[in-house]
Design a protein around this ligand. Structure first.
Ligand code: AHG
Ligand code: MN
Ligand code: MN
Ligand code: MN
Length: 338
């Protein structure tokens, strides 16, 4: 290839964050420093995940978390890496993690303005099989004069200032969005140790005949959900059935849905009346990414996901997440039952 083909003007995540910061005259740089700590935690978690089988880091830790999940060794390692990174950046007041029963208060930084919710390893049941897993994060800016209690974090997703995830798949893919902004995707270049902007301004397809749900829960689904899924599998005359894709790691299913289009669903059902996925560190951050990419995200009551307020830090919700028109179909079917 001729030298004219070499891209010498590479946009790293670091450069992207600097450019974002310069757009806000009043910015102090605190958010930028928080994001640098975030990206370090992704690089570090990626490193351990890729080596897990080699250094006996697969398998169970022998403990369970407050939501009843058996913790994998990497759940605990990922959590510890994430907590250390958030604490050491000195910009985070409090942190909610799937793997921590109680909210973590960083009392060394009483004036820190940000609160973070995270799922250190999402899809960890897939880890031992080498299937893609990820880290999901949501960043809230605390209201002026917040007392620094856990109630400060029982906020709807509309309060998020940024959210996203990193999927540890064939390569490490970071997707991040800011409130009112667009969605940008970065790929970790292991040689440089830098996330490189590879998917600027991600806009998801308005529709796509792919559905992603655990059909093993069909027995427990409410009638509107059964009805909706059947319209995809047994369409009216002349239409083709949807294709089914379910990985079982939300981050992987979400990333595919973001890129290809379609719908991801984890409905509340008779077995899990409040759904399985946790609002603060799974549903809300993903909902913001999908809305900013032109999609929709709703709960099992057809309410906009970003307006759902968690009752406690590990509160759960049903969720339908995907292309705008595909989520609209869910709403249209449910309307028949309202
Ligand atoms: P986590 O590994 O963080 O506990 O999350 C697991 C979640 C999510 O990643 C995935 O969409 C869902 O569990 C899969 O649940 P089922 O195995 O019940 O389908
Ligand atoms: Mn878990
Ligand atoms: Mn998860
Ligand atoms: Mn998890």
């Amino acid at each position: 290839v001729g030298t004219e083909k070499i891209n010498t003007d590479i946009v790293t995540l670091t450069r992207f964050l600097t450019e974002e910061q310069t757009k806000h005259k009043e910015a102090t740089g605190d958010f930028t420093l928080l994001c640098h700590a975030l990206q370090f935690s992704f690089k570090s978690i990626a490193y351990y995940i890729r080596r897990a089988t080699l250094i006996n880091l697969t398998g169970l830790a022998g403990s369970a978390n407050v939501t009843g999940d058996d913790q994998k060794k990497l759940d605990v390692i990922g959590n510890d890496i994430f907590v250390a990174a958030m604490k050491s950046c000195a910009k985070v007041r409090m942190l909610v993690s799937e793997e921590e029963e109680e909210i973590i208060m960083f009392d060394d930084y009483p004036d820190a303005k940000y609160a973070v919710a995270c799922d250190p390893i999402d899809g960890s049941s897939n880890l031992d099989a080498g299937v893609s897993v990820g880290t999901i994060f949501g960043i809230f800016r605390l209201a002026e004069g917040s007392k620094g209690t856990k109630e400060d974090l029982l906020l709807p997703g509309t309060s998020l200032v940024a959210s996203g995830f990193t999927m540890y798949g064939a390569s490490a893919q970071l997707v991040i969005t800011m409130k009112g902004g667009n969605v940008n995707g970065f790929t970790l270049d292991n040689a440089l140790g830098e996330f490189i902007l590879t998917h600027p301004d991600m806009q998801m397809p308005k529709k796509r005949a792919i559905y992603s749900v655990n059909e093993g829960n069909s027995l427990y689904w409410e009638d509107p959900v059964k009805d909706y899924i059947n319209t995809l599998k047994y369409p009216s005359e002349g239409e083709k059935p949807y294709s089914a894709r379910y990985i079982g790691s939300m981050v992987a299913d979400a990333y595919r849905t973001l890129l290809y289009g379609g719908i991801f669903a984890y409905p509340a059902d008779k077995k899990s009346p409040k759904g399985k996925l946790r609002i603060l560190y799974e549903c809300a951050p993903m909902a913001m990414v999908f809305e900013n990419a032109g999609g929709q995200a709703i709960d099992s009551h057809m309410k906009r996901m970003l307006e759902v307020v968690p009752e406690h830090i590990h509160d759960r919700s049903g969720i339908f997440l995907g292309s705008y028109d595909e989520v609209q179909k869910v709403i249209d079917v449910h309307k028949k039952y309202m």
